[in-house]
Design a protein around this ligand. Structure first.
Ligand code: ADP
Length: 320
């Protein structure tokens, strides 16, 4: 690539480096500022934990992408996204130091906020129980029960928000393990037992997989949120089907369904369907948590739904 053509990249804020092997044949203004000068070798300019893989991929003409702290031999460091494109022999380095710092501030803020809120909330909840024991008049007991329900709701919102921010900011580290799907489902069903009984719905489970390979907390949260929605939005005395295969999870209900015009909004944070608000309690966070967990675990989620007939959510665990 000649100098004139390459100068197009001078306005770009990322470093763009044209390579021959690990030798720099051309670089834009930003790359030059960081020390990537023509005819130098990459390895004499910067280093990072995985630099061996970068070199291997360059020499084998293979695509490569990573986010890492990189160290310039001149003494500074940055948090960068590095991409190598073998077709054009271009190395692109994007400075993400500020974004990373901002994400850390956000994540620290949410985790300290939820930590600070949990203690006063559990004190308030404890006191509603004490108060309930002392009160005799049903009228007053009903007020206390309302306070207690509201506290439960705040606690749920906080825990969903914490999960969401963890997933969104990439702070969740996946721990894959071999899981017994029957045991996992049993835990979810036990957790939702009260809701299931109140609605008098029948949850039919068909487990075709001997084991699941995945992160327990992620699979549990996905199943819990989807089955909880199926119960919440089911008609009384109806049937819910949960099918677990090695490659997919299916949760099918015979409930109120999702209106056509709301279908593209259900994964939005805090979105609640018009009718759903009247039909069941909720925070509008459940599906966004599911969506983000699917993203970080590399699962795909789809759904089909007919208004007043029912919905089916499918999570593809492996890309076939
Ligand atoms: P919440 O259930 O707390 O409202 P979610 O994020 O879990 O929040 O879901 C968002 C919206 O998607 C719901 O308000 C509802 O309108 C719709 N929805 C989700 N699951 C179902 C379902 N199984 N049947 C009908 N509507 C659903």
């Amino acid at each position: 690539m000649n100098d004139e053509l390459f100068s197009i990249f001078d306005t770009v804020k990322d470093a763009i480096i044209y390579l021959e092997g690990t030798k720099i044949k051309n670089s834009n203004v930003q790359a030059k500022k960081w020390g990537f000068k023509i005819d130098n070798d990459l390895l004499n300019i910067f280093t990072y934990e995985d630099i061996d893989s970068l070199v291997k991929n360059i020499l084998k003409n293979k695509e490569y992408s990573i986010e890492q702290n990189i160290y310039f031999l001149s003494g500074s460091s940055k948090f960068c996204r590095i991409n190598y494109n073998p077709k054009q022999n271009i190395l692109l380095i994007e400075d993400r130091t500020e974004i990373q710092l901002l994400n850390k501030v956000k994540s620290d803020f949410i985790s300290s906020l939820s930590h600070e809120l949990r203690t006063p909330l559990s004190i308030a909840k404890g006191n509603t129980h004490i108060l309930n024991d002392f009160l005799e008049e049903d009228k007053f007991k009903a007020y206390v029960s309302k306070i207690s329900n509201s506290i439960d709701k705040i606690e749920k919102i906080i825990s969903q928000l914490t999960m969401l921010s963890m997933a969104q900011l990439g702070n969740y580290v996946i721990k894959p393990e071999i899981l017994d799907p029957n045991m996992l489902l049993q835990e979810v069903i036990n957790d939702l037992n009260g809701k299931i009984k109140n609605k008098n719905v029948e949850v039919n489970i068909q487990c075709n997989a001997e084991y699941l390979n995945g992160d327990k907390f992620i699979l549990y949260t996905i199943l819990r949120n989807l089955i909880s929605n199926a119960v919440k939005y089911s008609y009384e005395n109806s049937e819910i089907k949960v099918i677990i295969d090695e490659n997919q999870l299916i949760i099918k209900d015979n409930g109120i369904g999702i209106r056509e015009e709301e279908k593209n909004r259900i994964f939005e944070r805090f979105f609640r369907g018009n009718e759903s608000v009247k039909y069941a309690k909720g925070s509008g966070l459940g599906l966004s948590v599911v969506k983000y967990f699917c993203e970080i675990a590399n699962y795909r989620i789809n759904f089909e739904s007919k208004w007043m007939i029912g919905s089916e959510f499918i999570v593809k665990l492996k890309q076939i």
